[in-house]
Design a protein around this ligand. Sequence first.
Ligand code: ME8
Length: 506
Amino acid sequence: MSYYVTTPIYYVNGEPHLGHAYTTIAADVLARHMRQRGEDVFFLTGTDEHGEPVAQAAEKLGITPRELGDANAVRFKELAVALNATNDFFIRTTDPEHMAKVAEVVQRIYDNGHVYAGHYEGWYCPRCADFKTESELVDGNQCPIHRIVLEIETEDNWFFRLSAFQERLEQLYAEHPDFVTPQNRYNEALSFIKSGLRDFSLSRQRLKWGVPVPWDDSQVIYVWIDALLNYYTALSYARPGEDLTDRFWPATVHLIGKDILKFHAVIWPALLMAADLPVPERVGIHGFLLLGEHKMSKSLGNVIEPFRVVELYGEDALRFYAMREVSFGSDGEVSPEGFETRYNTELANEYGNLASRTLAMIGRYRDGVVPDAKPATEVAGEFEGLRQAVCERLDAVEITPALDEIWRRIKLLNRYVTEEEPWQLAKDEAQAERLDEVLYTLAEGLRVVSVLLHPFMPRTVERLLEALGREDLSLDGAQLGAVGGGAELGELGQLFPRVEAEASAA
Ligand code: ME8
């Protein structure tokens, strides 16, 4: 089965921050998990470089939009690398191949009769690159998102007949209850559609920075249309000499933040319908990380800056924190203290300790070889159905609940150690078989949770599995008892060392 997952393409008008990292991490978790399941995966991310948001930011800096794009696209690429994201391609909307394909699709929409010349007058936010209705404005004439004063713009430009797609969109929603998840976002999008769709301008007259309208080069294509089409155009040129469109289109899931719901859940499927192209299977929407300023942490300062966290704690700690702290789909606070607490309690104490204790006890009591035994019944019962549950959660883009399922088993294994007290069993030769069972169960439990955790914390898990002498990552083996004893354990340093604030003062 093919699985195509995307992130939004990020605006190059600023530096990447944790919000961008969040969606990229989530997409990478899904991509890695699906590869573990043996699916044919394509994972796309990239940058959105045209339009007013970028043109205006460049103007303020006194550089060209291309210079700004070139500088910040590099930063977004570096972010993906720093996060250990396995994107198969990084698209930039300034790629000539993308631009040519955008022109081609927009021409098709025009040829299909869905475009007309019109006159627009309305409130326009250049930072959103979007028109606002009177009812959306706050404090008279401000953008509800950017809180900047808006002006009424009038332009003659080309309009897309969105209103003509109302019925087909309603039908799409009726037939595909998972088209938008979670449910509250589905409801929000559907009620937006039902409230009546207005045509919108597909081109901009005053702006020069964009893809020229194929039949009227005095105008450029509206940045959102240019941007949305990236998901489709990338497949045609991501692999030189090969067109991946048939293999991966329609996309399996577009991951986005709630800020851009209307574009992805309403306008995007309508555009595809207008171009006679299949619509994606799902738009998975997450909430907002509230990145406010916080009490200073000694090592991280007062904001969670992704490059800084990776430098100090490694990318796995950030990946874990992002997916664990704020339930995917909801809004939630993130803070340096919150990060450090989870790092110390969950990563170092719960997972790290489970690993080091298990390896140390097998080293001490069984010469570093995992004993051969059957998994303890009480633990086996708790692991029953785990792999299936994780798969189902991730199929539904419920990323935090999938991680919770795994973490519950890590806590359980820690309780199991405390209850069984292997160090007492080791004192009594008559308990040798029991000790074998306990140590085997721990090693096997640790292996299973680690295989399932791999998409979340790939580097850490690879280190741990290597030390466990069992490096197979396929999901088939993610069941308690799937692998017998006999593995020789290797060395495992500290998985989550304490980070000293002093060491990071520079
Ligand atoms: O909107 N919390 O780009 P953008 C969680 N170019 N996620 C956040 C976030 C936060 N505080 N801040 C940003 C654009 N994000 C367009 C997209 S797609 C065809 C074009 C993430 O740079 C989240 O995924 O403003 C959000 O939807 C996206 O970054 C917006 O990125």
